[in-house]
Every structure is written in C-alpha cells, then in structure tokens.
Design a protein around this ligand. Structure first.
Ligand code: FAD
Length: 384
C-alpha cells in the first residue's frame, strides 16, 4: 500500500471520478476516511453522451445487480431491466432472446442528471468526498488509480438522439460490418443510442459505423433527431497485478473488462469496492482482486477468441442457441470459469501473444494483444 494510505486515518487521494473511483471513494468516506478525488474533466462522465449502456447481470447468478448495489449501499440510478432483445445476423435474420430474470440493466452515461455517473457522484458527495474537477493527477501521486482506459483494445463510435416512444433493443452481429464486434440500437422513453464497436480495422471505424447504421435501417428507419456523436475506447489485459505506475488500480485503469462484449461497469464497481475494503482493512488488494477476477478474466479472453474465430457462421449459431434457451442462463454459462475454458486460456494467450509495442502502463509481465498498427489509427486523434 502507498505511504499516504498506511495510517488508519490518513487522508486518501484518488485519481478519476468514473464509477470505479466514485464507488471506492464513497465506501472509504462512509467508513470515516478523508477522501479527495481528482477528476481531470469539468464534469463526471465527460467521455459519454447520455448513451444507454448495460450493466450485465449474468456473470454472478448468486448476486443480481440490484443486490450488489444494495450490499454496497449505493443508490440505484434510473435504470431499466433488460429481459428481451432482437438479434440480427449478417443476413439480417432475426431472433428474439428472452430471460426470466434480467440479463442486464440499462443505465445512461454522461454528465447529465439521472446517469450512473451523476448518481454515483451524488452518493460520493453525500458521504463527504471532496471531488476536484479540472484537476489532473499523475497515477504515481494517487493512493488509488481509477483513470479509465488508456489505450484502445477496442474502439466504438456512438450516436445518441431523440426518437419516438418505442422500446427497442437490437444487436447486429456481422463480422464483415463490425469486425470482432457488433452494432447496437437501443431506444427507450424517446431517447436512443446507436453504436458500432470493433476490435479490428480501428482506422475504419467511420465506414464501419455508417454501414452498420444503414444495415439496421433496413429493418426499420428509426427516427433520429438532434444527433450527438462520440468515439471512445476500452481496455482489456490479463495481469497478476492491478497497478498503474506502482499504485493500486481499479476499473479500466487496471484493464478490467469483460472481453467478450466489452462490458466494464460491473468490474469497475466491484473492483472499486474491493480496493476500498482492502484500504480499510489493511488486507492485500492484489490478492483480493486475483481471487475475485483472475479466472473470470481468463475465461473472458477465451470467449473473445471463440467469438472472433467463429466468424459469421459462429455468430449465427450463437444467436440460434441463445434464442432457444433462457438468455441469462445462456450468458451465465459463457461467463462460468469451467475447466475447458480455463484450460484453453494459456493456449489462446500464447496464440495472441503481443509481439509488438504495448501501450498499457501496467506492471511488467501482463498479457495483451498486439495492437501496434491500430494505435496509429487516424480516428483515435478525434477521441476526447
Ligand atoms: C462506447 C462504449 C460503450 C460501453 N458500453 C458498456 C456497456 O454497455 N456495459 C458495460 O458494462 N460497459 C460498457 N462500456 C465500458 C464502461 O463504460 C467502462 O468499463 C467503465 O466506464 C469503466 O469505469 P472506470 O471508472 O474504470 O473508468 P471511466 O468511466 O473511464 O472513468 C475514469 C475517469 O478518470 C478521469 N481521469 C482520467 N485520467 C485522469 C487523471 N490523470 N487525473 C484525474 N482524472 C482522470 C476520466 O476523465 C474519467 O472521468 C462501454 C464503453 C464504451 C467506450
């Protein structure tokens, strides 16, 4: 643990006011610690545009997302359970998937009232956390680093807009249009999000976005008024140590992410809570994060490998099976660290070993995929 955190009453300094940093700060402040969070932007959620995101609720069948929030004493953001969706394959064939219990919870992200970011900020302030905006902090100066992704392992372009009142959850699985990723359209309560997420050909994100949008418009021309667009990226890496520049790190600053679908919010919340608990109890955060996440992360790498190797045929098969069973249980099966997936993990890690430059500022010895050429992608220059 860093020096500042060593005394039980020493003030704590955190870098980053995303979900991971705000959850950690709230729990620390509630336990009586003096906590300052430095946020480089003028608001929380500055890289998001009011877009819908899903907190997945399939990876931990024993604890639902509302139960997780309740256990941590976090206020629920304005959220909506996801129990159904329409999936489309590369030939635009449609299946409907359903689950009895929610497989996820839709929240909005960004600086506005009602978003996950604003809800967690309010909880932190109420707990007595001081949040300093427009204040960049070097990770090595922080007791806990929660600064989000640092290099693109995956890239997304999104648009948010005003629309009609219809509820839509549509996902397009077409490896030709969204290489290694997918496109999605969510509408609810007169607001909508369309996004295209990819892990290959990052420089081609604009063409990928336009073509996926046009393809889903063949299903239905959804009204989109007052569009706002943004680019953003996500991090994934396997590691023994969740540290940046020698400091304990949480959320995507430590490259915690579900690599199958690029879902990082549950990891951000859970790792933020684990780090707070470690700081309060004096227990070893690194041991705790390894116990909680290492197997899940390895399985997520294998899942990504299977996802990308299967191509459009594999994606159609995935959809067909998903439509026949309860989707939450189906997804839970993918996340379960079973012996076959765990055995495959070292093989996949070897096959995809990074032999190029790595831009993650994690400790030596971590694993990530080579992304050298894509790091130069012109589109990345436009990311906030
Ligand atoms: C387009 C897109 C769609 C996504 N959809 C989903 C989804 O549906 N479901 C899901 O679970 N996940 C999704 N994710 C991932 C999810 O948004 C992230 O995993 C999550 O926000 C990570 O939280 P965090 O606290 O680690 O980082 P962030 O939310 O990135 O917060 C980090 C904060 O640190 C601040 N910061 C950075 N550097 C410094 C510094 N030096 N000093 C001070 N402050 C600093 C940043 O400004 C930011 O506010 C999506 C990501 C993208 C890009």
């Amino acid at each position: 643990m860093p020096d500042a955190a060593s005394g039980p009453n020493a003030p704590l300094v955190l870098a980053g006011a995303g979900p991971s940093g705000l959850v950690a700060a709230t729990l620390l402040a509630r336990a009586g610690r003096r906590v300052t969070v430095h946020e480089k932007n003028a608001t929380v959620g500055a890289r998001f545009i009011g877009d819908f995101q899903v907190i997945e609720d399939a990876s931990s069948p024993s604890e639902s997302v509302p139960a997780l929030f309740a256990r941590l004493g976090l206020p629920a953001p304005s959220w909506r359970p996801a129990t159904t969706a329409e999936f489309f394959d590369s030939r635009l064939r449609r299946v409907v998937i359903r689950s009895r219990e929610p497989y996820g919870w839709f929240v909005t992200r960004g600086p506005d009232e009602g978003t996950l970011d604003r809800t967690l900020l309010a909880a932190a302030l109420e707990a007595g956390v001081e949040v300093r905006f427009r204040s960049r902090l070097e990770p090595r100066e922080a007791d806990l680093v929660a600064t989000g992704p640092q290099t693109p392992d995956g890239l997304a372009r999104e648009t948010t807009f005003a629309t009609d009142g219809a509820e839509r959850v549509r996902v397009l699985f077409d490896d030709r249009l969204a290489p290694g990723g997918y496109a999605y359209l969510f509408t609810s309560g007169g607001r909508g999000t369309f996004g295209c997420a990819i892990v290959r050909d990052l420089a081609g994100i604009d063409r990928r976005f336009d073509e996926s949008l046009a393809r889903l418009a063949e299903v239905e021309a959804v009204p989109m008024e007052g569009r706002r667009d943004a680019y953003s990226f996500m991090n994934f890496a396997l590691k023994d140590e969740a540290r940046r520049d020698g400091r304990d790190a949480v959320g995507e600053a430590a490259a915690f992410q579900d690599y199958l679908f690029g879902l990082g919010m549950r990891y951000a919340i859970e790792s933020g809570a684990l780090a707070a608990e470690a700081l309060l109890s004096g227990r070893d955060y690194q041991a705790a994060q390894r116990a909680a996440f290492a197997r899940r992360q390895r399985v997520s790498l294998v899942n990504r490998f299977l996802y990308e190797s299967g191509g459009n045929l594999g994606l159609s098969l995935f959809m067909a099976v998903a439509a026949r069973v309860d989707f939450r249980r189906f997804l839970g099966g993918w996340y379960r660290p079973g012996p076959v997936r765990l055995a495959l993990a070292p093989l996949v890690a070897r096959l995809w070993r990074n032999r190029g430059r790595c831009a993650h500022r994690l400790p030596d010895g971590h694993w990530c995929r080579a992304r050298e050429r894509e790091i130069q992608a012109p589109a990345l220059g436009r990311i906030a």
